[in-house]
Design a protein around this ligand. Structure first.
Ligand code: SF4
Ligand code: SF4
Length: 360
């Protein structure tokens, strides 16, 4: 049984088509069931007595929780609210799709969605900043992590990276909704972050940053230091002259705004400032800033790789409608998804690596 507010919103959403053109999953699958309103309709049918079955559960997982629908909703509804609730319902009823079960098994085995040992980037260089790497970056984008830490070294930032960094709870929260288990994960993470005694928490992955900044306080988990995004921190080091890249001209390129940076943090300038410092000439894709189309997420890629491949290819289609041949990212999750589908003649650039090459 989903909560009353989620059920109310699902009921309101169910006859509306206003945001269907923004849903990246609907766009690449072409399935009516993947519109936000269809998911609302399924939930409202369940509220009226229809059985919550395996097909319904499957439909609730064909969503990236990207919030493009929410952000564009004139009436203020939030489909990820009821979709997450429905995922909890699927877990409670034992109706999780096979791919989701496999990812949950990985978490149980290794503590992360990959079922692999999470590499450690432990550092104890001071307490100005605690860098929270996150599992997507640690496992799937080690070059990005190394470039980021190298930039901090060059800027003279005194930072710490935890030896055993606990999961933030964001992956589990996207998989099964905000259950007690997720809150327990978050509480353990908050305790570890507070234990570091740093003045600032810089989260390399905006998905972790969003959970820490939005949900931790809602759950009574107070962090002793503010959470800032990796992009905004590097942009501040550039603005303060602590990072001085060589001047260069790198040609036209478009920055991809990742979902949570765009929709939760409403942060648009920092990534573009880093791109400018790397010498790129600004080009914008059709859907950018708050309307940015998702390129996929690491957790969705883990349980529905084929759909995420189509979604990331869809983002490359947006770039191909511009004069640029280069896509810029500063998100380990977007990097992880987009690099699977790079079209011939195009390139994907991690901005932290690009900047690190230009700073001596
Ligand atoms: S989120 Fe808003 S715009 Fe989208 S279907 Fe629901 S009510 Fe309509
Ligand atoms: S959150 Fe994103 S993927 Fe999910 S229904 Fe809304 S627009 Fe579609």
């Amino acid at each position: 049984m989903i909560n009353r507010e989620a059920a109310r919103q699902a009921d309101k959403c169910r006859f509306c088509w206003m945001c269907r053109h923004l849903c990246p999953v609907q766009l690449v699958t072409g399935k009516e069931i993947n519109t936000p309103r269809a998911k609302g309709l399924l939930i409202s049918m369940n509220e009226r007595g229809a059985e919550f079955d395996a097909d319904m559960a499957e439909a609730m997982y064909e969503c990236l929780l990207c919030d493009a629908c929410t952000d564009n909703c004139a009436t203020g509804y939030n489909p990820p609210l009821f979709i997450r609730e429905a995922r909890t319902e699927a877990a409670v009823l034992g109706l999780l799709p096979e791919g989701v079960e496999a990812v949950l098994n990985n978490i149980e085995k290794s503590g992360n969605i990959y079922g692999a040992e999470k590499p450690s980037y432990a550092a104890d260089k001071g307490k100005e900043v605690l860098v929270y790497v996150g599992e997507a970056a640690a496992v799937r984008a080690p070059e990005m992590v190394r470039a980021y830490l190298s930039l901090l070294d060059k800027a003279g930032v005194a930072y710490t990276v935890l030896e055993n960094e606990p999961a933030s709870g964001v992956m589990l929260g996207d998989l099964i909704g905000y259950t007690e288990e997720v809150r327990e994960q978050a509480a353990a993470c908050a305790a570890a972050l507070n234990g570091a005694g740093a003045g600032k928490i810089v989260a390399l992955d905006s998905y972790d940053a969003q959970l820490m900044a939005e949900k931790y306080p809602e759950w009574g988990l107070e962090l002793a230091a503010p959470v800032v995004t990796a992009t905004s921190f590097i942009a501040s080091l550039l603005a303060d002259g602590k990072l001085q890249p060589e001047k260069t001209e790198a040609g036209p390129a478009a920055f991809h705004d990742d979902d949570r940076l765009a929709r939760f943090f409403k942060e648009y300038d920092a990534g573009r400032a880093i791109a400018k410092a790397c010498g790129y000439e600004k080009v914008e894709m059709y859907n950018h800033l708050a309307l940015a189309k998702s390129a996929g997420t690491s957790v969705a890629k883990a349980f529905m790789p084929e759909i995420v491949k189509k979604v990331s290819a869809g983002r490359w289609d947006d770039l191909m409608r511009t004069e640029a041949k280069t896509m810029l990212v500063a998100s380990p999750e977007a990097y992880d998804c987009l690099r699977e589908t790079i079209p011939e003649g195009y390139e994907l650039v991690d901005l932290f690596e690009a900047l690190d090459r230009l700073v001596k």
